[in-house]
Design a binder for this molecule. Sequence first.
Ligand code: C5P
Length: 236
Amino acid sequence: MEKLDLLYEGKAKRVYKTDDPRYYIIEYKDEATAFDGKKKGIIQGKGTVNNKVSAVFFQLLEENGVPTHFVELLSPTEMLVKRVEIIPLEVIVRNYAAGSISRRLGLEEGIKFDQPIVEFCYKNDELGDPMVNNYHILAMKLANEEEINALTQQALRINQILSQFLLGKNIILVDFKLEFGRTDEGDIVLADEISPDTCRFWDSATMEKLDKDRFRRDMGGVEEAYMEIARRLGCV
Ligand code: C5P
C-alpha cells in the first residue's frame, strides 16, 4: 500500500490517502496537547505506544464482534484503516468520576458509578467540543435516532469488553472517548484511536494514573506511564 497525500493533520495524528481509495494510513505523533490546544508538549514514544495499543484494542473488539476501521499495523507509528466519514460526535463513557464530570457536577474523583454514563460532545475545536444530548444531535442532523441508539449500545459494549480485559492487566478503565465513522455502505464502525491519550487508566492496586492526565496535570512520569500501558498490553 503506497502512502499518498496528507489528507488531514490533527493534534496527535496525520491521515494520509493511499493508492487504494478504500483505505487510509494513520500516523501517530509524539506531539501532545491539552485544554483545547492551550497546553502543548512532546511525549517521547507516544506515537508508537498509541499506535500499538490502539491496534491491540481494535483487534480485541473485532474478535468480540465490534466492527472497527482497523486493518493492520504498517510500522511502529502507522496503521492501515478503512476509509470512513467521521461522525462529528465524541462518545464518552464513564465508569468512575474524574476530569470534566467531577468539575461540572462537583463529584469527588474516584467515585464509582453504579452503571456507566454515556455522554455525547459535538466535535468542534472552535466551540471547545460542547456536550450535546439526543435532541441536539437530531436537530443538528449529526446522526439519526437509529444511529444514536447504535452509538450508545456500541459504546456500552466496548466498555464491557475493554473494562474486563484491562482488569486482567490490573488496570481500571475510568473513562474514555470514542469516535465512530460511516462506511460507504452506511454501516457505523469504531474509528479514531483508543490509547492513553483518549482513556483514563488507573493501576487497580495503587490507583496510580497511567494516562494523559500525567501530562495535563504536570505530574511527571508521563513517558513511563505510556510505556507501562504498552508493556502490560504486550506491545513492547
Ligand atoms: O475531560 P473529560 O473528563 O470530559 O474526558 C473524559 C475522557 O474522554 C477522558 O478519558 C479523556 O481522555 C477523553 N477525551 C478525549 N478527547 C477529548 C475529550 C475527552 O480523548 N476531546
